[in-house]
Design a protein around this ligand. Structure first.
Ligand code: SF4
Length: 487
């Protein structure tokens, strides 16, 4: 790809590796290679890191072998995610044999969870940086340059990186993440996030709107407002969410909650598509659902993790809602936005889960008939309440069988949902070439379902009306019938 404004982005699909070349930094050319794993929040953080280091004059090459600094943005949500990182570090060990001056840093949740232990357990690692300490990277890099190990895993009460303009990585130039909160105050017993990302704090709505307007001016057509739990977004001048009741009456009266932020964003750029993730059933308000219905540019899709369909297990997970309350929320969503798509997160095999609890999960899925979902077997995370209080007592074979049943049922429901689009004409935002055919575009409709259709005269970034002709359980197949009014 030809360099533009001095920056060239190269994408390595297999390792999700990005290399950033700052051709204009002649004084001190250094090469950075960054890999990201885990949730969208981590990919968004890597864009913050790329921005912070772009100001430190890093320069790089396409291949790992020539990198001066390798950064891995790690995930700790399940044991498998951490094993993936350890495997990559082994790879770097081999690379270091031919590139002995290469430095390796680990970022993200696994770095925060392990802290100094990471240096003891993985000798290749020179630097360990937690999710709230990326602004300290220039100092930490100086330390490792001077031959010392460097660690900063301090969690912050107010860091939101609202003043850092992300450098878009892996970007299709059409869709982008905009982070609005950091941390999480919900202490779900299975989850490591509150320990690795700290207490909840929200970003200044003005800096969010500036980023959204900047993205629109750069030709982006869709944004996803991002947070571990976007529904509990609350801006009252900065600081932790949990200290809101200590705020002044004026601060409380002029505070901005998620429904308000959603409305401000939709009004700021009426032609830009707005999505958000991730929601939490105990915090998702009717205001948010009604705001979605009020603005055409807010997409009709909600990712609404539930984790289990059993009240007994929900209680053991410290999920602060019941099965019945979840059904009420689903009914309200369907009443206010009938064609709203809903996706789920589900954990099977949580400690003490009985066959009856599992059947409750299957029957909840039958009630909702989700559009799609992310389903995993329980993975005990060190330091969590569940790990400390509950024995991981469900046999692996049982976990696997129940997971199979959940995945199969979801497959059936996903196909039931995609079939409902056949025969309809839907607005699709083109994001790129279909993975399966160079002659076809892929994009998504408002419901976040992938749509594939012949390229014809259209191009990336166009809003196109597509007549849906057929479907699989995951994809809609159609033909363009013209530009959408939003194009
Ligand atoms: S809401 Fe629960 S599962 Fe989600 S990040 Fe917070 S603690 Fe983890």
């Amino acid at each position: 790809m030809k360099p533009n404004n001095g920056i060239e982005k190269i994408i390595d699909e297999k390792t999700q590796g990005n290399t950033l070349v700052l051709a204009n930094d002649k004084k001190n050319p250094r090469k950075l290679y960054i890999e990201s794993y885990g949730c969208q929040m981590n990919f968004s953080d890597s864009e913050i890191v790329a921005s912070i280091l772009s100001k430190e004059g890093f320069n790089t090459t396409q291949n790992l072998e020539e990198a001066d600094l390798v950064l891995v943005n790690t995930c700790s949500i399940r044991e498998k995610a951490e094993l993936t990182v350890r495997k990559r570090l082994e790879k770097f060990n081999a690379v270091k044999k031919t590139n002995p001056t290469m430095k390796v840093g680990v970022l993200g949740c696994m770095a925060e969870r392990l802290k100094n232990k990471f240096l003891e357990e993985e000798k290749i690692v020179d630097m360990v940086v937690g999710p709230d300490a990326y602004k300290d990277l220039p100092n930490l890099i100086q330390e490792i340059d001077e031959g010392r190990n460097a660690v900063n895993v301090i969690l912050s009460k107010d860091e939101t990186y609202g003043d850092v303009a992300p450098v878009r990585l892996n970007s299709n130039g059409v869709t982008a993440f905009v982070s609005i909160t950091r941390g999480c105050d919900n202490m779900c017993t299975f989850c490591v996030v509150p320990f690795t990302r700290g207490r909840e704090r929200s970003r200044d709505p003005q800096s969010i709107l500036e980023e959204v307007n900047d993205l629109w001016n750069k030709g982006f057509k869709e944004i996803t407002l991002l947070g571990q739990n976007v529904d509990s977004y609350l801006w009252y001048g900065g600081g932790l969410k949990k200290d809101f009741d200590k705020a002044t009456a004026m601060q409380q009266a002029t505070s901005v909650d998620f429904a308000k932020l959603l409305e401000m964003t939709a009004m700021a750029q009426p032609k830009m598509r707005i999505r958000f993730s991730t929601s939490n059933p105990q915090d998702l308000s009717l205001d948010v659902i009604e705001t979605m219905a009020k603005y055409e540019n807010i997409c009709n899709y909600i990712h609404l993790p539930v984790q289990s369909g059993s009240d007994r297990i929900l209680k053991a997970m410290n999920r602060l809602h019941t099965r019945a309350e979840y059904f009420d929320l689903i009914d309200n969503i369907k009443r206010i936005i009938p064609d709203c798509a809903i996706s789920q997160d589900m954990i099977t095999g949580f400690p003490t889960e009985t066959e009856e609890d599992h059947q409750d999960t299957l029957s909840l899925m039958e009630y909702v008939k989700y559009d799609f979902g992310f389903m995993f077997a329980y993975s005990e995370r060190p330091g969590t309440l569940a790990a400390r209080k509950l024995e991981d007592d469900i046999p692996l074979e049982t976990k696997k069988r129940r997971l199979r049943e959940i995945i199969d049922l979801q497959q059936t429901h996903s196909h039931y949902r995609t079939k409902q689009h056949v025969g309809k004409t839907e607005e699709v935002l083109i994001e790129g070439t279909s993975k399966k055919s160079d002659a076809h575009w892929m994009g998504r409709n408002s419901q976040n379902t992938v749509v594939v259709f012949p390229k014809e005269k259209y191009t990336i970034g166009d809003f196109v009306n597509v007549k849906i002709k057929a479907c699989t359980s995951a994809t809609l197949l159609g033909e363009a019938v013209g530009y959408s009014k939003n194009n």
